[in-house]
Design a protein around this ligand. Structure first.
Ligand SMILES: NC(=O)c1ccc[n+]([C@@H]2O[C@H](COP(=O)([O-])OP(=O)(O)OC[C@H]3O[C@@H](n4cnc5c(N)ncnc54)[C@H](OP(=O)(O)O)[C@@H]3O)[C@@H](O)[C@H]2O)c1
Length: 279
């Protein structure tokens, strides 16, 4: 009987990571899911839940060592754990900025370092990095989220060039707005990171109203994104970038190909929203 494929998924207690854990397990993979709230990781056939905080080096080592000690191989790592540390650049405490990068970037970097020696000796492996359309697009009050995802993308492309020679590939998934806990956490953080009497309160009010009111218009589900993760993990000839919808691919294309147009349009939109909020 062929050996079952082994996958590690971070951020498996909620949203896309949880949906991906269930999809890979249904399709017969041996799945290790990691998250801080280990009790929220679904249980079931093929699923191993491990407590993981990707900002903690010891926890990252334990996660990967558990997999390698039990399975002696690892085929795919999905670096999915992430959140949005929103807030104005002038106000936000750098301690929280560091936490944003520790979670969205350095966690992925350390876990990848830990799996590469095994993938190299297997002569096969795949690293799937969950970025965002916000790795190319940007809006105010989310600067460090965008910066962390842009960093992840450049890093993934460099990594891919380093490891292709060993049969390993590193690819990026760029979700757009997707139903999950992400939006509520990002809006809460935007408010948490405001200073008392902040000059940015009106902007935070405008943007958090838009984010909250548009959240029920989001049609993409975590299950949709799990299927994209699956393609990114299994395509024989993987793409550099994976998108869930044509719209997500299109807006990223516009932002990359026409940066001046994107910046001017964003600025005009903000002025319009500001005028509307003062009516
Ligand atoms: N939803 C969207 O609209 C959207 C759009 C573009 C990109 N994304 C990206 O997609 C990925 C998944 O987000 P989601 O939408 O599924 O959000 P979610 O429902 O909030 O899930 C985030 C997951 O990350 C985990 N996580 C956060 N910090 C962690 C840490 N320090 N250590 C380990 N796990 C941690 C959480 O688990 P614990 O809290 O239990 O640790 C949770 O399982 C993220 O990278 C996000 O930035 C989301």
């Amino acid at each position: 009987m062929p050996t079952k494929k082994v996958i590690a998924i971070t951020g498996a207690s909620s949203g896309m990571g949880k949906a991906a854990l269930q999809l890979f397990a249904q399709r017969g993979w041996t799945v290790y899911g990691g998250a801080r709230r280990v009790e929220k990781i679904p249980t079931g056939t093929n699923i191993h839940a491990v407590k993981l905080d990707v900002t903690d080096s010891e926890s990252n080592h334990t996660f990967i060592n558990t997999i390698l000690n039990e399975q002696h191989r690892i085929d795919v790592l999905i670096n999915n754990a992430g959140y949005g540390e929103g807030g104005p650049i002038e106000d936000i405490d750098l301690k929280n900025v560091r936490k944003q990068f520790e979670t969205n970037f350095f966690g992925a970097a350390e876990l990848t370092k830990l799996v590469l020696p095994t993938m190299r000796s297997q002569k096969t492996g795949r690293i799937v990095n969950i970025s965002s359309i916000g790795g190319d697009l940007y809006m105010p009050l989310n600067a460090y989220y965008h910066a962390s995802k842009a960093a992840l993308q450049q890093w993934s492309d460099s990594l891919d060039l380093e490891v292709q020679q060993f049969g390993i590939r590193s690819v990026i998934v760029q979700p757009g707005g997707t139903q999950s806990a992400w939006g509520d956490i990002a809006v809460q953080n935007m408010r948490k990171n405001l200073k008392t009497d902040s000059a940015y309160l009106p902007l935070v009010n405008t943007l958090s109203n838009i984010l909250s009111s548009s959240s029920n218009m989001i049609s993409a589900t975590s299950a949709d994104l799990a299927r994209v993760f699956y393609a990114a993990a299994t395509d024989r000839n993987p793409k550099r970038r994976y998108f869930n919808s044509f719209g997500d691919r299109f807006v990223v294309h516009v932002a990359r190909a026409h940066p001046k147009v994107f910046h001017a349009a964003s600025s005009a939109l903000l002025r319009h929203l500001d005028r509307r909020s003062h009516r």
